[in-house]
Design a protein around this ligand. Structure first.
Ligand SMILES: [Zn+2]
Length: 271
């Protein structure tokens, strides 16, 4: 019988993302909170991020960015309490078109192997309309759809527009990055732009230190020009302490399950 401190003992959650670091930014707090609640968290990453940026060439002395980012992902996953990490090797930058049947089959196989109670992936907007993220959204949606009534509930993680802008402001106020700073080359306002609204949120303020630590495991992605490198734990609690989700196909807010047990119904507060 599950004890009160670990209400999700025996449950499994599968998270499917595109690149090392997506997991930490999108829902690192939720993954850590799920793990602490007793759930087995399995993370599938479709690529090794070999076309990503490099904050400091000294981090990749042999030029093997895929290898370095795979290790960064393992470090971040350990911080978040992820039980199993599945690192695939699909081509970074081509996930929407390349290896479509293979990625579909790998997601189906992971669901059949781990029997998750819930699956998390990107929403249609891919956090900021990144085509790889949209590709992973599409593959995961299709893979679960192919399982019919056997499919576990599918959750989309989304961001609320304005958060990344506030992180830039916080960094700027400390004399860090300039006010027009970008994240991995992406403008702050692109995050959450034109995304469908979430239906519930998860409070991860008490897990935000681990989310921040996990983000910072991705050293090649976290140079001094990244505003996230500048914020402290208090700011992270305020700015990154809530994660947002929507359940695929659940307009009716049907039965609460493993993820919704942790969440609060989301109402647009800033409108
Ligand atoms: Zn990504």
């Amino acid at each position: 019988m599950p004890d009160d401190s670990r209400p999700l003992e025996g449950r499994t959650v599968l998270a499917v993302f595109a690149h090392p670091d997506d997991e930490s930014l999108a829902c690192g707090g939720t993954l850590a909170r799920l793990s602490d609640a007793g759930a087995r968290v399995v993370l599938m990453c479709a690529s090794r991020g070999e076309r990503g940026s490099v904050s400091d060439p000294a981090l990749v002395p042999d030029g093997d960015l895929a290898g370095v980012r795979t290790r960064e992902l393992q470090d971040a996953a350990a911080v978040l309490g992820v039980a199993d990490v599945i690192v695939l090797d699909h081509p970074d930058g081509e996930l929407r078109w390349a290896h479509v049947p293979q990625l579909h089959a790998e997601i189906v196989a992971a669901v059949e192997q781990y029997r998750p109670d819930a699956v998390i992936t990107f929403a249609e907007d891919g956090l900021y309309w990144h085509l790889d993220h949209i590709g992973v959204h599409e593959r995961t949606y299709t893979a679960l759809g192919s399982l019919g009534s056997e499919a576990p509930p599918l959750y989309y993680v989304t961001m609320v527009q304005g958060v990344m802008h506030d992180i830039v402001e916080a960094a700027h106020a400390k004399g860090g990055v300039p006010p027009d700073s970008r994240f991995w080359g992406i403008a702050a306002d692109a995050f959450g732009e034109a995304a469908k609204p979430p239906s519930f949120s998860i409070d991860v303020r008490d897990w935000v230190a681990r989310k921040l630590a996990a983000l910072r495991c991705h050293k090649t992605q976290m140079g001094r020009d990244n505003p996230i490198a500048w914020i402290d734990e208090d700011e992270a609690r305020r700015l990154l302490g809530t994660e947002y989700f929507r359940r695929e196909g659940a307009e009716d807010g049907s039965a609460a399950d493993v993820l919704e047990q942790l969440g609060d119904r989301y109402a647009t507060r800033n409108a």
